[in-house]
Design a protein around this ligand. Structure first.
Ligand SMILES: *[C@@H]1O[C@H](CO)[C@@H](O)[C@H](O)[C@H]1NC(C)=O
Length: 270
């Protein structure tokens, strides 16, 4: 199985989030590329030294998000991802490019030697805070084939946070999950309503029972609620690893260490 081959385990894989500082040309952008890259690498080293199972790199500070992602975003993200790959030569690494720049993320992953991407809007449509987002699976998997990036796994959000799902209110999350599996997703990501908000453990159970592909938790996992999510294949953690538990702050090494110690204990007991 691709997931096991990549992470070396099938349950409770911990993926630490690096929120890249605002890139040049975005409204909050104020750092130059060497500063942005150094910050990302410092956080990657914290995650690596704390023993996380993987890291994902996302341009989360590029608010407000837009569907038109300029060439400079791909260039800058490639520079950052390549530098992070250099400090973490063997750690599984992924990238997400906002907003829903999934083909761009695949190209960046290929160029930087990364292992996976997180893709929004894989199946069905929803209204995101940046606008209407449509399914991308057909074009995205053709693109992956075309550029020779079949080894880059695509983990896909379903009924994603920060979004209205009124358009698909007659489609359950289980049906959405099965549609994504049918469309060859490498793993599903379940989230709460927003960044840092806890995902519903019942949704994890229901979705896990509906599909045979991996299911990851994409928001709200903390030291205090890990027990609820141990059956997930993986958990992507950003906010909880930051100072004060806020996504926009820097990664707090003590917080990551503390979490990893607890999860290592819990895995032994299982
Ligand atoms: C980036 O900014 C820092 C701090 O202002 C400065 O020391 C450095 O020379 C700059 N690097 C480049 C490549 O401009």
């Amino acid at each position: 199985m691709k997931f096991l081959d990549l992470f070396g385990r099938l349950k409770s894989v911990v993926i630490g989030m690096i929120h890249v500082k605002a890139l040049p040309g975005t409204p909050l952008g104020c750092l130059n590329m060497s500063q942005i890259t150094e910050d990302a690498c410092r956080e990657a080293e914290i995650y690596r030294d704390a023993g996380v199972d993987g890291v994902i790199i996302e341009n989360m500070h590029d608010i407000p998000y837009s569907f038109s992602v300029g060439p400079e975003v791909c260039a800058c993200m490639t520079a950052v991802c390549t530098a992070v790959r250099r400090v973490c030569p063997v750690l599984p690494l992924g990238v997400q490019i906002l907003s829903s720049a999934n083909q761009q993320a695949l190209a960046v992953a290929l160029a930087s030697g990364l292992d996976f991407i997180r893709a929004e809007g894989f199946v069905f449509s929803h209204v995101a805070d940046e606008g209407l987002l449509n399914a991308c699976a057909g074009d995205l998997l053709r693109y992956r084939k075309q550029i020779g990036a079949d080894h880059v796994q695509i983990f896909t959000d379903i009924k994603k946070k920060h979004s209205s799902h009124a358009l698909t209110s007659d489609v359950t999350i289980e049906e959405t999950a099965r549609a994504a599996e049918f469309f060859l997703s490498d793993g599903l990501i379940i989230t709460g309503a927003a960044t840092g908000v806890q995902a519903d453990p019942r949704e994890l159970r229901d979705v896990s029972q509906s599909v045979r592909i991996p299911v990851l938790i994409g928001s709200g996992v903390t030291y205090d609620n890990i027990e609820l999510y141990l059956d997930a294949h993986g958990m992507i953690i950003g906010s909880h690893f930051k100072y004060g538990g806020h996504w926009a702050n820097d990664v707090d090494p003590d917080q990551v260490m503390r979490f990893m110690e607890k999860i290592r204990d819990l895995r032994k007991k299982k």
